[in-house]
Design a protein around this ligand. Structure first.
Ligand code: PMP
Length: 410
């Protein structure tokens, strides 16, 4: 092996953070929830579900290839709504997979195998791993415009023009809510126009739902977009993750869902994705899926989960507001309203690509290197695209972060 791969652009930030010995260091790179004390958080409802599981003495036999039946039923209902027509009609296929990433990977393999020659369109920018996932599955990907640097908002005209120009029958990867890394989502009216476009062009929407309930605090509000497409009769694919909303990061709990035109197609697709999963990892892990299905199916735990999710989302919203207030106090001449307009755990700070591109720890000392300035001078670790995770920020650290940002914009 002649060449070493550079560190992962997101997980590599944590590696660099760990090497920093400053007491002031702050890790806003990876998207994982922290308490106000900046500690990882284990949901109380997860502990309760695990106690129930210990008492029930479930075994650790292999799951079927498609995963835990109770989980698959619960997760499809959580995504689409309990009384969803597609579920009632048997038009939904669900396969438990290895969190959001593994679910996307199974979906990508399906596209590579059964939709050959179709191109996947990813938003520009997008979560960095999307490109790896489709590329490794041998699927060609291109980008559609998404982010407008001038407004630090959605480039809706660019997005729809690019999806319009894509060949009919392309695959459009859409973030279900809380777009990563920008925190910028289409409005409901804009979703309507995107659905019209996909229907007219025969595009297949592939939703990535990594933040259901974690973005707004409401499971229903955050699932609005995929439900809207499914209820209009558009066939969709949806990858789900329980990393953030149940804090099950390391348990790798998620699913790939297909909402299809009829029940026969749903059966055929299930048989094919089982074949794909069998060769990739054989069958999924049971522990996290049991936690999720226990929480979703027991009304008292489900209610408690909703409260905890609302608290996590609420803490992020409150540091968002605090950051906006601090930035405005320090630099009133600049419009910081994008911070509070953005949704979910991330804020896209609007660094120019030239400034962001130059982040090379220890090798770049230009004063214009904003992200580098954040890291080298202020010990704030973030991805080089200018994204910060507000889930890793405490109220106590917000004034220092605001000062670092203002200093780095100079
Ligand atoms: N999609 C997006 C947009 C994400 O932000 C993430 C998590 N960072 C994922 C998918 C998948 O994460 P996981 O594999 O932990 O579920």
């Amino acid at each position: 092996m002649e060449y070493a791969e550079p560190p992962d652009p997101i997980l590599g930030v944590t590696e660099a953070y760990k090497r920093d010995t400053s007491p002031d260091k702050l890790n806003l790179g990876v998207g994982a929830y922290r308490t106000e004390e900046l500690q990882p958080y284990m949901l109380e409802v997860v502990k309760k579900a695990e106690r129930i599981m210990i008492d029930s003495e479930d075994n650790k036999e292999y799951l079927p290839i498609e995963g835990l039946a109770d989980f698959n039923k619960a997760t499809a209902e959580l995504l689409l709504g309990k009384d969803n027509a597609a579920i009632r009609e048997g038009r939904v296929t669900t396969l438990q997979s290895l969190s959001g990433t593994g679910s996307l990977r199974v979906g990508a393999a399906f596209i590579g195998k059964f939709l050959p020659g179709r191109t996947v369109y990813l938003s520009n920018p997008t979560w960095g791993n999307h490109k790896n996932i489709f590329a490794d599955a041998g699927v060609e990907w291109k980008e559609y415009r998404y982010f407008d640097k001038a407004t630090i908002g959605l480039d809706f005209e660019g997005m729809t023009a690019d999806l319009e120009a894509a060949p009919d029958g392309s695959i459009a990867v859409l973030h279900g809510c809380a777009h990563n890394p920008t925190g910028v989502d289409p409005t409901r009216e804009q979703w309507g126009a995107i659905a019209d476009l996909c229907e007219r062009k025969g595009h297949l929407p592939f939703f990535d739902v990594a933040y259901q309930g974690f973005a707004s605090g409401s499971l229903d509000d955050d699932a609005w977009a995929p439900r809207f497409f499914a209820n209009r009769g558009i066939e969709i694919m949806v990858a789900q993750s329980y990393s953030k909303n149940l804090g099950l990061y390391a348990e790798r709990v998620g699913a790939i869902n297909f909402v299809l035109a009829d029940a026969a197609a749903a059966k055929r697709v299930l048989s094919q994705i089982k074949r794909i999963a069998r060769a990739l990892y054989s069958n999924p892990p049971v522990h996290g899926a049991r936690i999720a299905s226990t929480v979703i199916s027991r009304p008292e735990l489900f209610a408690e989960w909703n409260t905890e999710m609302d608290e996590m989302a609420g803490r992020i919203k409150s540091v968002r507001q605090l950051l906006y207030d601090e930035l405005t106090k320090l630099e009133p001449s600049r419009d910081w309203s994008f911070v509070t307009r953005q949704i979910g755990m991330f804020s896209f700070t609007g660094l120019s690509p030239k400034q962001a591109r130059t982040w090379l720890p220890g090798r770049c000392s230009l004063p214009c290197c904003n992200v580098e300035n954040m890291t080298q001078k202020h010990h704030v670790y973030m991805t080089k695209d200018g994204r910060i995770s507000l889930a890793g920020l405490s109220a106590a650290k917000t004034p220092a972060l605001a000062a670092a940002i203002v200093d780095s914009f100079k």
